[in-house]
Design a protein around this ligand. Structure first.
Ligand code: SAH
Length: 560
């Protein structure tokens, strides 16, 4: 293998839910120089790519024309040659080798002498039924399962059902609206459709399937790409002796927030697709196991199922809330709007001056983190705080302090800066603490509330907040169809508004009036809430300044 060309990774992105990407896939995306992805790969998965990667959407190139498979093959070789020692990620829906044309791409790479690795993905054929509570095999019901291609294409005119779907005005348009959250490789259908269109009259050519063999199969049948042809597939199976009462389920947009299961039987398959407007991407699963889905379905019952939320916290802070929201069924688009940076002044701070203070007051978890990082850089540790009282504005900051082994002495009940100021002022007035021996440890954007209430206190700015610069186009698309944004600080609101406005010349005065931005904001803290309102958002604010409280509030809001 040549050393002076990059290596191509054929990566399975899984069926859509970002949690179903493999660890190997994620780590390659994080380091990839180029990411070649299909039109429907979930934005939450693209978010794992490093910010400097060249993102190539082969479903929608500048001309808005889908790139042909043969061109994709060539592109991969070309990128490998352009990036000696580079990492080229080819991201495909589900598993790259399950009806994904990954084999063809590998052959082309092999011929061109480009090194490659296949990173298997979770295939929709098994994962999508699992998300609908349908096991593909089950003792006593199905001892085998068969994954079959039905060669569907969502905008084809070659079957009755599909043209009817399109007449209803929904088929294509609805698919387009939701397409960005799905992870499906559709390029695999292209050649087959051309072939089928040429000999459409011959029904037995549907999907080139051996129906009599399939009808005799005692196991579960799983059809990918089969919605458009399902009516004729079902008829052929019945003609070949398969029981018309065989239960089947269509599972649409599986594992995404928009997953839907529609149950039918073999004899009602065609009419059900039309009546329920089942659209691609969807799988069809047939057999006794489908009945289990009636009692085992779990995903669609989650409180945040169907919701897409934008989380604007900095990358290192967002994972907690993301996993909690995801567990409740939401899709989360992490869009960090602020990053914090320790200040040079803190790196060289003279911590010996801490002897002049009896109370250290922290007003954010960031402040805690940057203070202790600076301390460590000076070769010091927590013992320097011996005997001092520690104050925290709220629960998140308190929890962060606990991570460093510090228990708080003062935490106001209302978890606000004002509350903390008043609490410490009270302690001053009853002479429990001296007014000039209070040290406030804050970020550069902290307001004057605390200093006003504690005029004799000293303030150290321990970190600065930097707004994010720009949101990539693919993420803006995802944000525009999100249900709400989650804000944990005023600066995140401001950076979000600035960034979403900046790249949209037609933005209206009020950010949330802009069609490209959700109107609803879930906020932590009254200040954040006020900033969000000022910027035109409708707000829902957590009762306490904690992530738990916010997540609870979000779940309550959507289960109303
Ligand atoms: N390599 C992919 C399959 C590509 S063929 C895999 O292993 O999953 C594309 C077909 O996969 C679609 O037409 C649909 O039948 C199925 N599919 C992919 N993702 C899906 C999803 N999230 N929900 C339902 N079906 C899906």
């Amino acid at each position: 293998m040549s050393q002076d060309v990059g290596k191509v990774y054929l990566i399975g992105a899984g069926p859509g839910n970002p949690g179903l990407l493999t660890l190997r896939g994620k780590s390659i995306l994080e380091s990839a120089d180029v990411v070649v992805y299909d039109r429907l790969v979930s934005p939450s998965i693209l978010a794992f790519c490093n910010a400097n990667a060249q993102m190539v959407d082969v479903g929608k190139m500048p001309t808005h024309h889908k790139v042909k498979q043969s061109e994709i093959n060539k592109l991969l070789v070309q990128f490998a040659k352009e990036h000696p020692d580079g990492v080229i990620a080819r991201l495909k829906g589900g598993d790259p080798f399950v009806f994904g044309r990954g084999g063809e791409e590998a052959l082309e790479l092999k011929t061109a002498g480009v090194e490659y690795e296949v990173v298997p993905g979770v295939t929709s054929a098994i994962a999508v039924p699992a998300y609908a509570g349908i096991p593909v095999s089950h003792r006593g019901i199905a001892t085998s399962f068969h994954i079959v291609t039905g060669h569907e294409r969502d905008n084809s005119q070659f079957t009755i059902q599909n043209s009817k779907l399109n007449d209803s005005g929904k088929g294509n348009s609805e698919f387009t609206i939701h397409n960005s959250e799905l992870s499906v490789d559709e390029s695999c259908t292209e050649d087959v459709i051309a072939r089928e269109q040429s000999d459409r009259s011959n029904l037995s050519s549907v999907a080139g399937l051996d129906f009599s063999a399939l009808a005799k199969c005692p196991g579960t049948l799983i059809f990918l790409m089969g919605i458009a042809n399902m009516d004729s597939i079902a008829r052929h199976l019945m003609e070949c002796g398969k029981d018309p009462k065989t239960p089947l389920a269509f599972i649409e947009k599986g594992t995404t927030p928009f997953q839907r299961t529609v149950m039918a039987t073999l004899e009602t398959a065609g009419e059900t697709i039309i009546r329920e407007n089942v659209t691609a991407p969807a799988i069809t699963i047939m057999g006794g196991v489908v009945e289990l889905g009636k009692s085992l379905a779990w995903k669609q019952n989650l409180p945040l199922s169907g919701k897409r939320l934008v989380v604007t916290r900095s990358a290192k802070q967002s994972s907690g809330i993301t996993s909690r929201l995801t567990a409740l069924g939401a899709e989360v688009i992490e869009t960090p709007m602020i990053e914090t940076r320790g200040l040079a002044a803190m790196a060289s701070a003279d911590f010996a001056n801490l002897k002049n203070f009896d109370v250290l007051a922290f007003t954010s978890a960031n402040g805690v983190e940057h203070f202790f990082t600076a301390l460590r850089h000076q070769n010091l540790d927590v013992r320097i705080l011996a005997g001092k009282k520690i104050a925290s504005v709220g629960k998140i900051t308190e929890k962060k302090l606990l991570e460093y082994g510090i228990l708080c002495d003062y935490v106001p009940e209302d978890h606000t800066g004002e509350g903390l100021g008043k609490l410490l002022a009270e302690k001053v007035s009853c002479a429990e603490i001296m007014p000039d021996r209070i040290l406030l440890l804050q970020g550069n954007l902290a307001d004057e509330t605390l200093l006003k209430l504690l005029p004799a206190a000293t303030r150290w700015i321990v970190y600065e907040t930097l707004p994010a610069k720009g949101i990539p186009a693919w993420k803006r698309e995802a944000i525009s169809v999100a249900d709400a944004v989650v804000f944990a600080s005023s600066s995140a609101v401001e950076a979000f508004v600035a960034n979403t406005k900046a790249s949209d010349e037609n933005a209206l005065e009020d950010a949330a009036d802009d069609a490209g931005i959700p109107k609803l904001a879930f906020c932590i803290g009254r200040l954040t809430e006020a900033t969000a309102r000022k910027n035109g958002f409708e707000t829902i604010t957590s009762d306490e300044t904690s992530m738990d409280s916010l997540v609870k509030k979000i779940a309550e809001f959507y289960s109303r």
